[in-house]
Write a protein that binds this ligand. Sequence first.
Ligand code: PGA
Length: 259
Amino acid sequence: MRKPLIVGNWKMNNSVAESVSLVDKLKVLAKDVAGVEIVVAPPFTALFSTRDVIKGSNIKLGAQNIFWEDRGAYTGEISPLMIADIGCEYVIIGHSERREYFKESDEIVNKKIKSTIRNKLKAVMCVGESLKDREEGRTMQVIESQMRKGLEGISNSELQTPNSEFQLVIAYEPVWAIGTGRNATQSQANDVHIYIRKLLLQILGEYAASVTRVIYGGSVKPSNSAELMSEKEIDGVLIGGASLDADSFVQIIRSACMV
Ligand code: PGA
């Protein structure tokens, strides 16, 4: 049984004060939640203060991106070492907004996954097809290519933290569903999740295929989260817009407790 994972991706939103106030509220609302892993991914500028607020709570910290080198002359970048140092456990890699606006290729995603793993952080690797891909029947082909290239050269044995936790999570996020209010249906999402698990088996082997959580993202809200997570292959959700409101985020977290 894989523990459900709920990740709130705040994207480029919230000042330090707004971040502290959001997570303060969230901490109180979610304090009795058990059996579900909760992660918030604030912007870099709010990681430090958010970390202080969630200390001792059931909420974990994630970053939205990293650079792949540990240190050096890379003006404007943030390394996995710095992210680990600030108390992050998770890093979102290859979000479609980064692939689209910052031209992150599968090769870059692969370098970032490797550096995340090397630094004993957990990677949430995002994959997903565009509307054009889906309409032209290329969804599985696109997912397969992103999975194989993103995980190239990574072996099952590298993916364990010293305390035996698995370091890889896959987020299936159809690009056409992100921020559009139009989520994938249960069965559309589930079909891709089944395929992703089959690919994990081929790429990383049996153990990874059984423990890697495959979560869904794209217009998840309190009204559709329970339905999505009732699918056996949907191990949690990655939430953008609805994670900016503590009440909505907690309702989604609670829907994971019911499945
Ligand atoms: P959304 O974003 O929930 O606002 O659609 C999801 C994501 O980008 O991870």
